[in-house]
Design a protein around this ligand. Structure first.
Ligand code: KG4
Ligand code: ZN
Length: 354
């Protein structure tokens, strides 16, 4: 382990999917700047992310995003001690833009460089210092997370449950066997004629509904794995049934609200139950929630209510893709003496703990 000097400042880039992001983080915790240029509007019209469009847009956005992230520093580049970038998992073309930019900067400036696993970065969003005013739960502790801990990573591309023994020591407990949770939200929203991205749209549609007819839950007994494709099909059947009954393709607002509620309840119940069981079985001291779907209020609330150990989750702006979380994860890599070579390539299918 290398003791990093106080004030150690990392510039990180994140381009794994449809957000071009740059951030400057000091001492692995203090977010000095966190700039995110979203391509959401560009992809919305296609109902999902188009990889080629994403890569081209990253190239356009990288320089302005980087300049904006650095603008907060009085001496600009002089303050930067190290560079980090996501190298996987994600879209290969998108990952390449950020990784190559980061390597070029590090090489040209003679700075240490490390590649970061995007899934690990999501988990490390929980290490970032958040101003008290944006803490959303009374139970969210302000100190650093305590090992061993169980992390639930739920995003548009991933759904996994991991046991973290220490920095860099992960055990994968379970993952999705089909759709990622965020992907299920996005697909189900589309079936119900709601906006992209589906997560926030479903959450909004379900607002105010207190009970609905239950949809199936895939428990996959004796496993921490998840499956959401059956639930998606169940939603599709409900929609078809409703259309046959009403004789029209359009769905009324009340039906959509009820179905959105039932879907969200089913997803949250399975995620929360499995996470809590994993925490009990592994003797975890804390539960960390991470990834874009961690922005879901119902999930946060239910997990906090049902868990017997503290539950920590980042504020919404650190749940979705950003580069501050990449810098936080990089800090502990540098502290462990890890650096990446110039030959580091993108790994679109990178797993947690690899
Ligand atoms: O982590 P993220 O920003 O990107 C990936 O790495 O995938 O996650 C994006 C996913 C999308 O599928 C989106 O629908 C979902 O997170 N999401 C939500 C909510 N906000 C975003 N899902 C459920 N409830 C939300 N409030
Ligand atoms: Zn992500």
């Amino acid at each position: 382990m290398t003791l990093l000097p106080s004030g150690f400042t990392i510039l990180a880039l994140e381009t794994s999917c449809d957000e071009t992001a740059a951030a400057v983080v000091r001492d692995g915790r203090s977010v000095l700047s966190n700039i995110v240029a979203s391509q959401m509007d560009m992809h919305r019209r296609y109902g999902g992310i188009v990889p080629e469009v994403a890569s081209r847009q990253h190239i356009r956005s990288l320089t302005p995003v980087l300049e904006e992230a650095l603008a907060v520093l009085p001496d600009g580049w002089q303050n930067i001690d190290a560079i980090a970038a996501t190298y996987g998992p994600g879209l290969s073309g998108a990952l390449l833009t950020g990784l190559n930019a980061a390597k070029a900067i590090a090489w040209q400036r003679g700075l240490p460089f490390v590649g970061v696993n995007h899934l690990e970065a999501h988990v490390y969003a929980n290490w970032l210092q958040v101003p008290a005013s944006v803490l959303t739960s009374d139970s969210t502790p302000q100190d650093l997370p305590a090992f061993p801990l169980v992390a639930l990573v739920v995003s548009g591309g991933h759904t996994l449950l991991a046991l973290l023994h220490d920095h860099g020591h992960y055990e994968l407990l379970g993952q999705t066997r089909d759709d990622a949770v965020g992907e299920a939200f996005d697909k189900v929203a589309r079936i119900m004629g709601l906006d992209y991205p589906g997560g926030p749209a479903i959450e909004r549609a379900a607002e105010g509904v207190t009970s609905s007819e239950a949809l199936p839950r895939a428990w996959l007994r004796d496993s921490y794995d998840f499956s959401f494709s059956g639930l998606k099909t169940a939603v599709l059947h409900k929609v078809r049934e409703h259309q046959a009954q009403t004789g029209t393709a359009s769905l009324d607002t009340r039906f959509v609200a009820q179905l959105a509620h039932a879907f969200q309840e089913s997803v949250v119940d399975v995620l929360v139950t499995k996470t809590i069981n994993a925490a009990i079985q592994s003797g975890a001291r804390e539960i960390l929630l991470a990834g874009g779907v961690a922005a879901n209020t119902c999930l946060r609330h239910e997990l906090t209510q049902r868990a017997s150990v503290p539950v920590r989750y980042p504020p919404i702006w650190l749940c979705t893709d950003n580069a501050a979380m990449v810098a936080a994860a990089a800090y502990y890599r540098f502290e462990a003496g890890v650096q990446s070579g110039w030959d580091l390539d993108v790994i679109p299918g990178l797993k947690l703990g690899a």
